[in-house]
Ligand binder design. Structure first.
Ligand code: PNW
Length: 465
């Protein structure tokens, strides 16, 4: 056995998102988010489910905070539903704000540090009627909403994330068509990506200007992939890996941390109109200082370049949709995502070297975890020792190794605290370290949760060497 010890100040947490757990879809003044609307169209969600009730967290908030406490977690990352706080993008909703204010107080009363994500994909449907993120104006609406939430909660909350995974809310949502609003227009996707970054910058300015000496750790969360050329000797495969790295990682990292889009990404996305949506001054707004970078990591990929008729790549910017991913023969999760913790270590070392190290900002792993087809016993207990627990343990070892190599990583959030609505996959994919029985609402910690609770309290664990 080998002991993996984390620094005493390293934070262990778990993460969720409003649309995935809250339910109360139309209660206390909340109106449709784009996901409420998206769920209503048959065929969009594979099990035909919706988020009207989800995990019913809105009504079980105190019970869920008690659960987080029982798991010994230092931090809890959750998101705010824009459509609950500002229904229809009109008046702010006092009842909506009050829910999050009570949640923050409940966490603090239990010595759990709250970490707020302002946008985890559930904007008011009314904004989509104006074009959603393809419309530049949405960035300004987001900054207004962010400013108001910060005014309400900034006295008690230090950790703020503007956006969760803008790659998903642009490319997956506006080009690949598999997340709300389900569009398949590369031009709108590229516009959305730029406007999301602009919204981040505008919101960050609003928040920073209101901090007024209060402790503030302000950042953004990106979802990263590690793209390997399937054949290391193939120039075409190297180019495919470069494109995927550009379209997932560097298209967001470079504007944020270097103040410009990478030249090759500009070329790849010229046809989709990246140049045309950038206005003078935008990159200054986007590239203002960050206090922390949130890293979400699930999997890497091996990719191959165009061959024959399979690829007709007039739209390389969509990346995943035009570039073949090949199996590396690794085990996969219930999402079909390959499991290789080394990819996370490689990513962290690269981020430190090329981006966060030079900028002097720490990393938090804001999401990492895995869905597996769980089997529960009659008490609701799931023994996921050899699946989810092993995934989390191996990725924590990768984090530990990266820290050992000098990467400044201050915490780790398991995705997710509990089973929840996995977007297009409805309730069929279970990412929780706690099982949710959707019939009764019962929460039952899985083996991974018991292990993670011990790890959090000891700031480390033993694992086979
Ligand atoms: C992230 N992809 O989503 C989100 O932040 C969570 O809300 C979600 O539950 C979790 O990861 C698990 O999926 C992603 O297709 C959704 O590459 C899709 C992709 C990546 C991340």
């Amino acid at each position: 056995m080998q002991r993996y010890e984390f620094p005493p100040e390293f934070q262990f947490g778990a993460a969720t998102a409003a649309a995935q757990i809250e339910g109360a879809g139309h209660e206390d003044g909340k109106t449709d988010s784009i996901w409420d609307a998206y769920c209503r169209t048959p065929g969009n969600i594979i099990d035909g489910s919706n988020i009207e009730v989800a995990c019913d967290h809105y009504h079980r908030m105190e019970e869920d905070v008690a659960l987080i406490k029982r798991l010994n977690l230092d931090m809890y990352r959750f998101s705010i539903s824009w459509a609950r706080v500002r229904p229809d993008d009109r008046d702010f909703n006092a009842l909506g704000i009050d829910f999050y204010s009570r949640l923050v107080d409940e966490l603090l009363a239990n010595d759990i540090t709250p970490w707020i994500t302002l946008y985890h994909w559930d904007e008011p449907r009314a904004l989509l009627e104006q074009g959603g993120w393809a419309n530049r104006d949405t960035a300004y609406r987001f900054a207004e909403y962010a400013a108001r939430v910060y005014e309400e909660l900034g006295d008690r909350v230090e950790y703020w994330t503007t956006l969760n995974e803008p790659w998903c809310s642009s490319f997956l949502s506006y080009a690949a068509g598999i997340h709300a609003p389900g569009y398949t227009d590369p031009k709108q996707a590229v516009a959305a990506a730029h406007h999301l970054l602009l919204g981040h910058g505008l919101a960050a300015k609003e928040i920073r200007s209101r901090a007024d000496g209060k402790p503030l750790s302000l950042g953004i969360t990106l979802n990263f992939t590690v793209a390997h050329p399937a054949d290391p000797n193939s120039a075409a495969d190297h180019d495919a890996a470069r494109q995927i790295d550009g379209a997932h990682n560097r298209i967001f990292l470079d504007p944020l941390l270097r103040g410009s889009y990478p030249a090759d990404v500009c070329d790849d996305m010229r046809e989709a109109g990246l140049d045309r949506v950038i206005r003078d001054g935008d990159l200054d707004i986007i590239s203002q200082p960050l206090d922390v970078l949130g890293v979400n990591f699930y999997n890497g990929v091996a990719v191959a370049g165009p061959s024959g008729s399979e690829i007709n790549s007039t739209t390389p910017y969509v990346g995943a949709e035009r570039i073949r991913t090949l199996s590396r023969g690794l085990p996969v999760t219930d999402m079909g995502w390959e499991v290789l913790a080394d990819d996370l270590r490689e990513l962290l070392i690269r981020l430190d070297k090329e981006y966060t190290g030079p900028a002097g900002i720490p990393i938090f792993i804001t999401e990492n975890g895995a869905a597996y087809p769980d089997v529960c016993d009659e008490t609701g207990f799931v023994d996921d020792t050899h699946t989810r627990l092993a995934y989390i343990r191996d990725h924590l070892i990768a984090v530990h190794e990266a820290i050992g190599q000098g990467v400044d990583i201050n915490g780790y959030f398991a995705w997710s605290l509990m089973d929840n609505f996995e977007w297009t996959f409805g309730y069929t994919k279970r990412f929780g370290i706690v099982r949710v029985d959707y019939e009764t609402g019962a929460r039952t910690p899985k083996a991974s949760a018991h292990w993670y609770a011990r790890t959090a309290s000891r700031k480390g664990f033993d694992a086979p060497a």
